[in-house]
Design a protein around this ligand. Structure first.
Ligand code: AHG
Ligand code: MN
Ligand code: MN
Ligand code: MN
Length: 334
């Protein structure tokens, strides 16, 4: 019987790797995992609960909120607030950051940015959705926690991860020492190590982009899509097109199989759609830690200055050589 390592055991075993966590980061990851199990329980029976469909409200992103968006948001905010390890929660669903009352928190050394439910448009059609989280250390302890603690570059992240509520539920995270994946075993309610040391294949033959917007894409992206579709045995083309519409699911597939995910800018959306703080920085940290590459078509995502909480960025992410190649199309097309 292979040894089962739970997320909790793994974090403790790896604790030594983490220079300044005296267990707080472990407890923070545990709080996130607890909320993930609660969201998973609801996602798995969404059709039986009154949490399908639209909530009738619009979030700061201008998106109509799904009931599960709100449920997931509430679960993660409450788990992070009651856990006491973080001083600020920044949620994609909330206009402003949530500063945890000092009386409700312990050391409160950490800031958590979260996309509580990623891929909302897929909820009602039973297609995988996810949660994305990003953890920073509070910048300084002399001033009360505030926006400056959240608007940190992606390189400052101390941890990042996602949960994918799919055919199985997995939690994948990094603390800067590689990427490890845990699969939820519902019979014991534990995330168990199933994918140690995840690595993105350097090359791949899957390209993932919403070709419905083709007419609006920059020239370099159009040329790259055409390149992916050309017949050429030597370079295993045409590539396969796969687009799920949940960033977590598209990137998770490419992390395992190799591939590139692109959400570029268009004339109407010069910064693209995906959010730097809640989606692109955490996914870029994870993919880089797994040996892949993540840029805005030119610059590393993790080095982009974070000026606004809901800032968006174009994103090219996945197998290193595929991203480098797509960047060449972007440069040549200028
Ligand atoms: P969210 O559900 O958190 O708002 O994110 C949806 C995002 C991302 O998950 C996905 O890659 C992208 O939106 C899909 O956008 P399009 O429908 O424009 O392709
Ligand atoms: Mn949304
Ligand atoms: Mn999202
Ligand atoms: Mn979301």
């Amino acid at each position: 019987m292979p040894k089962v390592t739970t997320l909790g055991q793994f974090i403790i075993e790896k604790q030594a790797d983490f220079p300044y966590a005296k267990g707080e980061l472990s407890r923070l990851l545990r709080d996130i995992a607890i909320a993930a199990k609660i969201v998973n329980r609801e996602v798995n029976k969404a059709g039986l609960m009154d949490i399908l469909g639209q909530a009738g409200s619009t979030n700061i992103q201008g998106e109509s909120q799904q009931k599960l968006d709100i449920f997931a948001n509430e679960q993660f905010i409450s788990a992070l607030t009651s856990g006491g390890e973080c001083c600020i929660v920044a949620s994609e669903e909330n206009e402003d950051i949530i500063i945890i009352d000092p009386k409700d928190r312990k050391a409160g050394k950490y800031v958590v940015a979260i996309d509580p439910l990623d891929g909302s448009s897929n909820i009602d059609v039973n297609v995988p959705v996810g949660t994305i989280f990003s953890i920073y250390r509070r910048k300084d302890f002399d001033t009360p926690p505030g926006l400056c603690d959240v608007l940190q570059k992606g390189t400052e992240q101390v941890a990042a991860g996602y949960i994918i509520y799919g055919s199985s539920t997995m939690l994948v995270y990094t603390t800067g020492r590689g990427v490890n994946g845990f699969t939820l075993d519902p019979s014991i309610g534990e995330f168990c190590l199933s994918h140690p040391g995840m690595r993105v294949p350097e090359d791949g033959t899957i390209y993932s982009i919403n070709e419905g917007y083709y007419m609006h894409f920059p020239k370099g992206v159009k040329q790259y899509i055409k390149y992916c579709q050309e017949e050429d045995r030597a370079t295993k083309r045409p590539y396969t097109s796969r687009y799920i519409g949940s960033m977590v699911a598209d990137i998770h597939r490419n992390l395992i199989k190799g591939g590139i995910f692109i959400y570029p800018y268009t004339a109407a959306t010069p910064s693209g759609k995906l959010r730097l703080v809640y989606e692109c920085n955490p996914m870029a940290f994870i993919i880089e830690q797994a040996g892949g590459r993540a840029t805005n078509g030119d610059k590393r995502i993790l080095t982009i200055e974070v000026e606004e909480l809901h800032q968006r960025t174009p994103v090219f992410i996945g197998s290193k050589n595929m991203v480098i190649h797509a960047e060449e199309f972007m440069k040549e097309a200028i």
